[in-house]
Write a protein that binds this ligand. Structure first.
Ligand SMILES: NC(=O)c1ccc[n+]([C@@H]2O[C@H](COP(=O)([O-])OP(=O)(O)OC[C@H]3O[C@@H](n4cnc5c(N)ncnc54)[C@H](O)[C@@H]3O)[C@@H](O)[C@H]2O)c1
Length: 252
């Protein structure tokens, strides 16, 4: 088997939702470096265009609200028509709200579920149907330790990330014989715009460090290796899996 080309993504089309975010940008740039035709999709169109420009070559960007079913379908359709294949979908778009459960509004609960859960499903559905037609695809979702354990002040986020784990497993089972794999990665606590409400609390940051066996907070590029691996031919038999890149936090 020719292992040299396993991390060569040239002639692969890779769509990254939330590609303008801290982690999404790292993933976008990593796939571009590996030769892929990347599509950086984000609600923030200007920031997405900047990431695509930074990636260079033939990288493109798209304004996308992942909660908009028609827009998700239209983007998938456009890429399918342009390229005839969409090889990898990485769903990173998400929001986080930090508030006591008794004060969480219905609107904030719904918004979190809409973006983190429904958005992940809609884009997976829109892209997945083309992957199934072609008999090949890799979908990688972003979840978190928060989806596996209780923690205060982030009920909606925790529930949304648990739902992402459940969807990952359900799609992996349903699409098991289609050539499409569906996995998730879970970074540890990373100081990004998303997590600013948590990282503004020094006691909480200290408690993160205490709970991480390796003792260091998670850099924003920590999932680059896991995502490229899951998107590579090496991971063909891995589906329905959650890969934690969290310094051992999930083991505690
Ligand atoms: N930062 C952490 O500590 C951490 C830990 C575990 C998991 N994660 C997960 O990693 C992923 C990336 O997080 P991040 O820290 O880079 O966040 P980020 O805030 O830097 O990036 C999120 C991106 O999603 C985009 N987005 C928000 N709503 C959208 C919508 N409706 N449609 C399209 N795009 C939308 C934002 O514009 C932003 O660019 C998320 O799924 C998050 O839950 C993060």
């Amino acid at each position: 088997m020719d292992t040299d080309s396993w991390f060569d993504f040239s002639e692969r089309v890779v769509l990254i939702s939330g590609g303008a975010g801290a982690i999404g940008r790292e993933i976008s740039l990593a796939f571009a470096r590996a030769g892929a035709q990347i599509v950086v999709a984000d609600l923030d169109a200007e920031a997405a265009a900047k990431v695509a420009a930074e990636a260079g070559s033939d990288a493109i960007s798209a304004a996308l609200d992942v909660c908009d079913a028609e827009a998700a379908e239209a983007l998938a359709e456009h890429l399918w028509e342009q390229h005839g294949h969409i090889d990898v979908l990485v769903n990173t778009a998400a929001v986080y709200i930090r508030v006591a459960a008794v004060d969480l509004t219905e609107a904030d609960f719904d918004r979190t579920m809409d973006i983190n859960v429904k958005g992940t499903w809609l884009l997976s559905q829109a892209v997945g149907r083309h992957m199934i037609e072609r008999g090949y695809g890799r979908i990688i979702n972003y979840t978190s330790n928060a989806g596996n354990r209780g923690s205060s002040l982030q009920l909606a986020y925790n529930a949304s990330k648990a739902a992402v784990i459940s969807m990952t497993k359900s799609l992996a089972v349903e699409w098991g014989r289609t050539g499409v794999t569906v996995n998730a990665v879970a970074p540890g606590p990373t100081n990004t715009a998303l997590m600013a409400p948590a990282f503004s609390d020094p006691a909480l940051v200290e408690s993160f460090s205490q709970r991480i066996p390796q003792g260091v907070l998670t850099p924003s590029d920590v999932t680059v290796g896991p995502v490229l691996f899951l998107a590579s031919p090496m991971a063909g038999s891995i589906t329905g899996h959650v890969l934690y890149a969290d310094g051992g936090m999930s083991a505690t």
